[in-house]
Structures are given as structure tokens and as C-alpha cells.
Design a protein around this ligand. Structure first.
Ligand SMILES: *Cc1c(COP(=O)(O)O)cnc(C)c1O
Length: 411
């Protein structure tokens, strides 16, 4: 059984020929080893700092750089973290291994620090998550690493930006806040032709909707805080490396002292088991709401990759197996007060950062404040919605009342 099309819009890959098992089966089975579970279904929490050895010879034998799957010292992990790391690797055909981090931002930082050295240049997509931009403009700059921002719709044109010092290209598709879909295969091809390393923040799609390693990406990053955990109660990140790329990432991460706690990794594994099911519901409800918003006179534009009006929609239709539950919409006129009137009175949407949990969220977003390489003019205030697992009709009714409040203030 391959992955089936879950979005009605556009053409999408119906099956992956070589897939032996489906995604729902994979997320249930991945990373569970008999020696770690001992009869328990999900790998339990192994908490540890000290690991005891039988004798000096054994202590010496267990040391080494690669301690994955081998108890050595708590900072190198226990079966709880290895189980989730392996599960995430299994979701990315062709991947070598995965390292876990205490947040998505920590994962992005470790991946970039494992690749870049003083004098190197990073090409970073202009629609990136703002803390990634802060890392580039702060710590990386201080280390003598320069960053050039590029248009998310650049595609094969990225080749023109690759120079002598270009070491890595960082992608995020779709982009944060504005959801432009990138031509990842074209960018990967240009990077490979020039010996440049590629990284992708794949948090929105997850490996279930976009298999990054199969597409040639060298490092794929997840803020597991979002869909893997799925319950808005844990910070967690991961980097999955393509074949031959893991050792450098692992060594840098060890040098940085990075470790995700066993309890958090366990909650990540627990969330993963229902991720495919949750994503289907997030996708269905978000699409229903996005299509409804498109029909509303108070809405100028809906920024959702599965809708033809979204920049890069054709690439979404070509490359993705489905959508998730996060998108934005642009209001027809109005200002800060009208937008706040919409958001403040919502009953079923919380006002808060992050996304990927079971509950709906709404926040005002102002992408024009961050952009430097591109200046998209949306001509109206933007609201970002995370669509949770509530009944979709309740969410639509809530938004309808919100749009009425917006109109009343806008006039
Ligand atoms: C939230 C987020 C991150 C960072 O994850 P944290 O776990 O919050 O550090 C990275 N990338 C994207 C696209 C995100 O939305």
C-alpha cells in the first residue's frame, strides 16, 4: 500500500512503488525493538546519567565516538531517545540516522554549526522561521559566517547565487507565515552540481507528506515540538542525515553537549504513533476552512499550499503527499484594531505561538517586518491559523463571528 492522495486539489503522487508498508503502519511500528521494550508496547523512559560497567575492560570497550545503541553515559542517550531517533530515520527512506535536540531551534543550530566554518556563506530562504534568521544574523555572523537571503520562489535560479564561499543552502517549504512552496528538487540539483550542502526545515510537511532525503536533501530538520509531539506540551527537535552525512552532525552535537531528555523523547514517541491519523484530520479541517475563507468578502487571499492561489502551488501538487493544518489568510483592508477584534473574541482558537497540537490557534503575523530579499505586498493584515482537532463546523462558526467583528471595526 502506498500513500494515497488526501488533498483533492491538483495531481499528487498516488503511490511510491517501492514502499513496502504504508505510513500509518510505519509510524506505529517504527523504532520499537524488543531489547528496549521488554514486553512493554512503546519504549519506556530510561532515565540515566551514570551507566555502571562490570569492570575496567568493559568501561574501556564501551567508549568511543559512536555510542548510538550502546549505553555509555546519559548525555549520549538511552534506548528512549534511540527509539524515537530510529523511528524518525525509518520515516525517511535513504536516511542514515537522526539526532534529537531539546528544541527545533537547537536542531537547526547544531545542523548549521556542523557544516559551516568561518569564511563560509549560507544561502537562507527569505521566508524562513524568524529564529533561524536570528541565528544567521547573530551567532553565525559573529563566527564569520555570512548569510545571503534568497527568494523562496527562486527554484533553479539558485545556481546564480552560488559562489566560491557558498557552503550550504537552507530551505523551508512551505515558508513560515506566508507558505510559499520551494522547488526543492531543483535547488538540490543546483547544490549537488556545485558541491553545496542542503538543509530543509520540513516541520510543516513532516516526512509523511514530504520525503526530504529521497528528494536528495542532505539534512532534514523537524521541530518535533509541533506534529511529532502533537499535544503542545513538549519542546523537541530532530535532524535526520542522508547517507554519509551523520558522523559530522553527531560529533558536533556531542561537542555542543546536545541531548533531548528521555521523558521528552518518550512523549515524542508517544505522539508519533498517532501522527498520521492526526495529520489527516488537521489537513481535512484546514482545507475546509481555507476554502470557506476564500468565499468570504472580508478575506482578500488565503495562503495555503493546496490552493491554486498560493505561490508554488504547482510544486506542492507535484511533490507533496498531502497538507497539514497551518496556513494564513490576508484580510480585505482593515488595520491592527480590526484584526485584533477578529482574533480576541474567538472561542475555540487560543492566542499563542507554536502549532501542531490538538487545539486550534490564531495569531496576527507581519511577514513584511522580517523580509530582506523580497518584499511581498499583501495589502492587508494577515492572520495565521493552526487548525486543531475540534469539529470543523464549530471552528467555521467561530471564524464567521470573528469576521463580523472585523467588519464592524474596519467599517
Ligand atoms: C516552531 C518552529 C521551529 C522551532 O521549533 P522549537 O521546537 O519551537 O524550537 C522551527 N521551524 C519551524 C518552521 C517552526 O515552526
Amino acid at each position: 500500500m502506498g500513500r494515497h492522495p488526501r488533498c483533492a486539489e491538483g495531481d499528487r503522487p498516488v503511490s511510491d512503488g517501492h514502499d513496502k508498508i504504508g505510513d500509518a503502519t510505519r509510524v506505529v511500528a517504527a523504532g520499537r525493538r524488543a531489547e528496549w521494550t521488554a514486553g512493554v508496547v512503546n519504549t519506556p523512559v530510561w532515565r540515566a546519567s551514570t551507566i555502571l560497567y562490570d569492570n575496567v575492560a568493559e568501561l574501556r570497550a564501551r567508549a568511543g565516538r559512536d555510542t548510538h545503541h550502546r549505553l555509555f553515559y546519559g548525555r549520549r542517550g538511552t534506548p528512549t531517545q534511540w527509539s524515537l531517533a530510529d523511528a524518525l530515520t525509518e520515516l525517511e527512506p535513504g536516511a542514515e540516522a537522526t539526532f534529537l535536540y531539546p528544541s527545533g531551534v537547537a536542531a537547526i543550530a547544531a545542523a548549521l554549526l556542523s557544516i559551516l566554518s568561518p569564511g563560509d556563506e549560507l544561502l537562507l530562504v527569505d521566508s524562513t522561521y524568524d529564529p533561524t534568521r536570528s541565528l544567521a544574523n547573530g551567532l553565525l555572523k559573529r563566527l564569520g559566517i555570512t548569510t545571503r537571503y534568497y527568494d523562496p520562489l527562486i527554484g533553479a535560479g539558485i545556481a546564480d547565487l552560488i559562489g566560491e564561499r557558498t557552503k550550504a543552502i537552507f530551505m523551508e517549504s512551505p515558508g513560515s507565515l506566508t507558505f510559499e512552496v520551494q522547488d526543492v528538487p531543483a535547488i538540490v540539483a543546483a547544490a549537488k552540481a556545485h558541491g553545496v550542502v542542503t538543509l530543509l526545515d520540513n516541520t510543516w510537511a513532516t516526512p509523511l507528506n514530504f520525503r526530504a532525503i529521497e528528494r536528495g536533501v542532505d539534512y532534514t530538520i523537524l521541530a518535533c515540538t509541533k506534529y511529532v509531539v502533537g499535544h503542545s506540551d513538549v519542546m523537541l527537535g530532530s535532524v535526520t542525515a542522508a547517507a554519509g552525512r551523520f558522523a559530522k552532525l553527531r560529533d558536533t552535537s556531542h561537542q555542543l553537549g546536545q541531548i533531548a531528555s528521555p521523558d521528552d523523547a518518550w512523549l515524542g514517541s508517544r505522539g508519533l504513533r498517532t501522527m498520521q491519523l492526526r495529520l489527516e484530520r488537521h489537513e481535512q479541517s484546514a482545507l475546509a476552512i481555507a476554502r470557506w475563507l476564500e468565499t468570504r468578502p472580508e478575506v482578500a487571499r488565503v495562503l495555503h499550499p493546496a490552493l491554486p492561489s498560493c505561490p508554488g502551488h504547482d510544486l506542492f501538487a507535484r511533490d507533496f503527499a498531502g497538507a497539514s493544518g497551518l496556513f494564513s489568510f490576508v484580510l480585505q483592508g482593515g488595520g491592527e484594531a480590526a484584526r485584533a477584534a477578529l482574533i480576541d473574541g474567538l472561542d475555540h482558537f487560543g492566542i499563542g505561538y507554536s502549532w501542531g497540537g490538538f487545539e486550534s490557534l490564531a495569531i496576527p503575523v507581519d511577514p513584511e517586518k522580517y523580509r530582506t530579499a523580497t518584499k511581498p505586498d499583501f495589502a492587508g493584515p494577515i492572520v495565521r491559523l493552526q487548525i486543531g482537532l475540534e469539529d470543523v463546523n464549530d471552528l467555521i462558526a467561530d471564524l464567521e463571528r470573528g469576521l463580523a467583528r472585523f467588519s464592524a471595526v474596519r467599517g
